[in-house]
Ligand binder design. Structure first.
Ligand SMILES: Nc1ncnc2c1ncn2[C@@H]1O[C@H](COP(=O)(O)OP(=O)(O)OP(=O)(O)O)[C@@H](O)[C@H]1O
Length: 578
């Protein structure tokens, strides 16, 4: 569920409860601590008044009591002040932590389709920065409400007690002020939403430029990117200014409304004073308190902008927090499959796509064999992998693993059966060993075995920290071929019955490719290997080659059989030889 633009504020705020509620004890203690600090405030002048009050020479206490009590009072005040601040920041930081954890959890559990919509920069900002901004802004506003709101209520009660007619009259203008404030609030909210979007565009631009720095430099696009960024920052600056201006309008307008009420009050007060024939002191005291109340209320109206900004940011976070989680399909578990895979009349249509990516596709991937999937770009090869891993379910047909419909298996159990090297290599910002033994216990002997198989052992030996050498963000310190071999080693390290190599050797030179293929032979018959390759020389030794076209199976057979058939495969091979 994505929050609608008109979702009321209280609904939005309620969404923060799960992160704030666990801190309720600390928050109550915090309020008590601040009340204690406030209580010491009048104690100091009271003490001074008592000590130096009438007849202070005869006061029955020893002189040294004065510093003791004064220092003690300040110490108590300081201790409560520290406690209040500490509890405030403890509650804030813990709420931020819980919110970040919930967002990361939502991200990790999101359905595969969500990832196609996510923008990486914005997602980083949403998980890392936004919870901090939301909770800090709202926390500071709540503190300000306590600081100004409580005295405001006190003053109001005093005003009512002193002269209820005048005070009620003052309150008559409240609905009108409320109306003005609401209208302005509405505008501030719209501006804050735009401001948030502008910030997200900025984040995405920085993310793009950082990821694609090579493209930017090689296209000599530094000036182009600078201009684009300047335009985006200008938009962000404009929307930030508009938000601030809209919020700043609140103060003079509500003051103007207040002045209307105030002028009537002054007139009525003068009238009352004349009628009663009393002095002006009472009226002056009342008037001073009223001005004090207005000043407190003004501070409160200044909170409009931070609260509105926080709610706009929160709305952006909820889009991620509420993103569709991956639904568990079945419950059955499988310890270790043999790896026999069958696609039966499988159709897959991506959301919004005109034609199906897979169209009633039936094919067999026998256990312990090497099966190749080939075909033109867009033929549907990666879509088969997408389905095998349970990232999407077929719209029609079914896929079986060892005779079991994979839809009946839990996703975790299904995915345990596969190790994948995908087209786009992704490495973690960790060491060589951390990348290979990813999310698994480290076993150095096994690391050596898979690194040798991936023709990377010699290279790792030359690294300054060997297996513990960091590879940089997404393997930025490695060559394209080394990154690919590291990804191969990672797949081999996961002792899964089915290995899927989707264009896994495309970046390797022919020596490395041959080395990897020879190494794989030691697992022949023990593992089911699915190889997707455009370079057909890579798959000529496969036990079976399936040729796909437009999501359908065009031909199947060994290299020799397909060549003899002189069909699509033979045509592709000939084309690559030319
Ligand atoms: N997430 C997606 N949303 C919509 N359409 C998609 C999506 N992924 C793939 N497709 C479409 O599905 C079809 C099959 O794509 P697929 O990636 O399976 O082809 P492929 O044979 O692996 O291609 P290549 O060899 O270029 O990797 C293509 O027409 C592609 O545009």
């Amino acid at each position: 569920m994505t929050p609608s633009p008109s979702e009321p504020r209280r609904h939005l705020l309620r969404r923060l409860l799960p992160f704030v509620r666990p801190q309720r004890n600390a928050l109550v203690l915090m309020v008590l601590a601040f009340v204690a600090v406030a209580a010491t405030e009048p104690a100091i002048p009271a003490l001074v008044k008592y000590v130096f009050g009438p007849g202070f020479r005869e006061k029955p206490f020893a002189i040294w009591w004065v510093p003791v009590v004064l220092i003690g009072l300040f110490a108590v005040r300081g201790a409560f002040g520290f406690l209040g601040q500490y509890l405030f920041h403890r509650s804030i930081t813990r709420s931020v932590m819980l919110m970040r954890q919930a967002m990361m959890d939502a991200l990790l559990r999101a359905d595969a389709s969500v990832y196609t919509r996510l923008q990486s920069g914005a997602t980083v900002a949403k998980v890392v920065n936004d919870p901090q901004q939301i909770i800090s802004l709202l926390g500071a506003s709540a503190m300000a409400v306590l600081r100004d709101g409580l005295p405001a209520i006190g003053i109001l009660l005093w005003l009512l007690w002193t002269n209820w007619q005048l005070t009620l009259m003052a309150l008559v203008v409240t609905p009108a002020m409320g109306y003005v404030v609401r209208r302005i609030n509405h505008r501030v909210k719209r501006m804050a939403d735009r401001n948030y979007d502008a910030q997200i565009h900025l984040v995405n631009k920085v993310d793009d430029v950082t990821r694609a720095w090579r493209v930017v430099r090689s296209f000599d696009a530094v000036d182009y990117e600078r201009q684009e960024f300047a335009q985006l920052t200008q938009e962000a600056q404009r929307s930030a200014l508009k938000t601030a201006a809209a919020a700043a309008l609140g103060q003079p307008l509500s003051q103007l409304m207040a002045s209307v009420g105030l002028s009537f009050i002054v007139a009525l007060a003068i009238h009352q004073t004349r009628q009663a024939g009393g002095g002006a002191e009472e009226f002056l005291a009342y008037f001073a308190a009223l001005l004090l109340l207005i000043s407190r209320l003004r501070h409160l109206s200044d909170l409009m902008q931070p609260i509105t900004t926080a709610l706009s940011v929160l709305k952006g976070c909820l889009e991620l927090l509420d993103c569709e989680p991956e639904q568990e399909q079945g419950r059955a578990t499988l310890k270790s499959a043999k790896g026999d895979l069958q696609l039966e009349q499988v159709t897959l249509r991506y959301p919004g796509a005109e034609r199906p990516a897979l169209d009633a596709l039936s094919l067999s991937i026998p256990a312990g064999c090497t099966t190749a999937l080939v075909g033109a770009s867009g033929a549907g090869k990666s879509s088969v992998v997408h389905l095998l891993l349970g990232f999407a379910a077929p719209d029609q047909g079914r896929i079986t693993l060892d005779g079991l419909d994979i839809a009946t298996l839990s996703r975790a159990s299904l995915r345990q059966q596969f190790a994948v090297v995908s087209q786009d290599i992704v490495l973690f910002d960790s060491s060589v060993a951390g990348n290979i033994a990813y999310a698994q216990p480290r076993d150095d002997a096994r690391l050596e075995q898979v690194l040798r198989a991936a023709a990377l052992w010699d290279f790792v030996q030359t690294l300054p920290q060997g297996l513990d050498t960091p590879v940089g963000t997404n393997g930025s310190k490695l060559s394209g071929g080394q990154r690919q071999r590291l990804a191969i080693a990672r797949a081999l390290y996961k002792d899964a019955p089915v290995w899927i190599f989707d264009e896994a050797t495309s970046a390797l030179d022919s020596d490395s490719e041959r080395a990897v293929q020879q190494a794989l032979e030691q697992w022949q018959g023990k593992k089911t290997l699915i190889v997707i390759a455009h370079r057909l020389s890579t798959v000529r030794h496969a036990d079976c080659i399936h040729v796909l076209g437009h999501g359908r199976l065009l031909e199947s057979g060994t290299h020799e059989a397909l060549m003899a058939q002189s069909g699509v495969y033979a045509g592709l091979v000939l084309m690559q030889h030319e």
